[in-house]
Write a protein that binds this ligand. Structure first.
Ligand SMILES: Cc1ncc(COP(=O)(O)O)c(C=O)c1O
Length: 353
């Protein structure tokens, strides 16, 4: 089975030997801190490194065991019984978390430029005040789309006008193969939005190190939830990341990862152009995913036939998308497998009538 379903890095993206060395060095240098209980917002030296990168006070930086866990903490504090605004489609795990917490999840329409600000404004003017807006503006999961700069500005203004908390989830922003980075909503808002990112896509997901930059009062609220949940997050992963970045390995490793993933993105787009010329796809400049619009073909039926043919993907409906949409991840498979997998997918499509 060739998997276009898995949003995980290819094994060769992971700097295994360097991280082994960093983990040992971190333990030898600071083992008595790392191996004990510590503060719930995480390993202080890494918080300081992140605070300096974002130009914020260290008290606003909160480390969690992967950024998804921080999302759970935030949602537990804010979402139960409330409306939460999301993009449609959006990352499936937050959708499930929010629904399980009893939130009323409202999907806002998106197009090639990302979230439609008019749809947001309509909700803000007509519905009860939402707890927050969850947004993945850059190389979105699942669509690969990037919110345009004009829309970033407009959404930031709407948030300010309506006193709306925005959570900007940005794990893929640095995984850019080409083009200029856009300003984050965090930057455009002067640091008012809550921002999250992660070392999962830039170093290794198994380290489970995600981070948040919260407004100060939210940092205190989330800290209370974190302390009640696990006392301390896993300091060894955080200290290993800190050792890695302190050695100056972050940027060179990121360049290496981008080259590996960019080649996969190219292979997938070339294969789609060759095998499925009639199907519309997003053409992301970075990240892990692209999004197919299948022109009326039911993705659930296609998935069943594709799996019989030895290729799998995730149907768009799992992300709140239309029944004729699909997410393809190019991050995990090799360029050769990508070519073979897209050929199998093309063979599984119904012949045009
Ligand atoms: C948009 C988005 N946010 C968050 C995460 C979770 O990242 P982490 O490994 O830091 O929990 C993912 C993982 O795929 C993601 O796609």
């Amino acid at each position: 089975m060739i998997s276009f379903a898995r949003g995980v890095p290819a094994p060769e993206c992971l700097p295994v030997d360097e991280l082994a060395d960093c983990a040992r060095a971190a333990l030898e240098r600071d083992g008595h801190t790392i191996l004990s209980y510590g503060p719930s917002p995480g390993y202080a030296p890494l918080r300081e490194w992140i605070a300096a990168r974002h130009g914020v006070a260290v008290e606003r930086v909160f480390l969690t065991n992967g950024s998804l866990q921080g999302f759970v903490f935030l949602a537990q504090r804010l979402a139960p019984g409330k409306r939460v605004l999301v993009e449609r489609p959006t990352y499936d795990r937050p959708l499930k978390i929010l629904r399980e917490l009893g939130a009323d999840v409202i999907g806002l329409s998106c197009d090639d430029e990302g979230l439609d600000p008019d749809a947001l404004e309509h909700e803000l003017r007509n519905g009860p005040a939402p707890a927050f807006l969850y947004l993945i503006p850059t190389f979105q999961n699942p669509s690969g789309r990037t919110l345009s700069e004009e829309r970033r500005r407009r959404i930031t203004e709407l948030a300010r006008e309506h006193d709306l908390l925005v959570l900007e989830d940005d794990p893929y922003g640095l995984v850019r193969f080409e083009g200029e980075p856009l300003p984050s909503l965090f930057e455009l808002s002067g640091g008012e939005v809550a921002y999250s990112s992660s070392f999962s896509k830039t170093i290794a997901p198994g380290l489970r190190v995600g981070w948040f930059v919260f407004p100060p009062e939210l940092a205190r609220a989330v800290e209370a939830t974190a302390t009640a949940t696990y006392i301390t997050p896993v300091l060894l992963g955080q200290a290993t990341v800190h050792e890695f970045v302190s050695r100056g390995r972050f940027e060179p490793n990121l360049e290496r990862v981008k080259a590996l993933l960019g080649a996969r993105r190219d292979a997938m787009l070339a294969a789609l152009d060759r095998e499925l010329p009639g199907i519309s796809t997003t053409r992301p400049d970075g990240g892990y995913f692209l999004w197919l619009e299948l022109g009326g073909v039911d993705a659930a039926g296609l998935l069943a036939r594709a799996e019989q043919a030895g290729v799998t993907f995730v149907q768009g409906a799992d992300f709140g998308g239309d029944p004729d949409t699909a997410r393809l991840a190019y991050s995990f498979v090799s360029p050769d497998e990508i070519a073979g997998g897209v050929a199998r997918l093309a063979a599984a499509l119904p012949a045009p009538v």
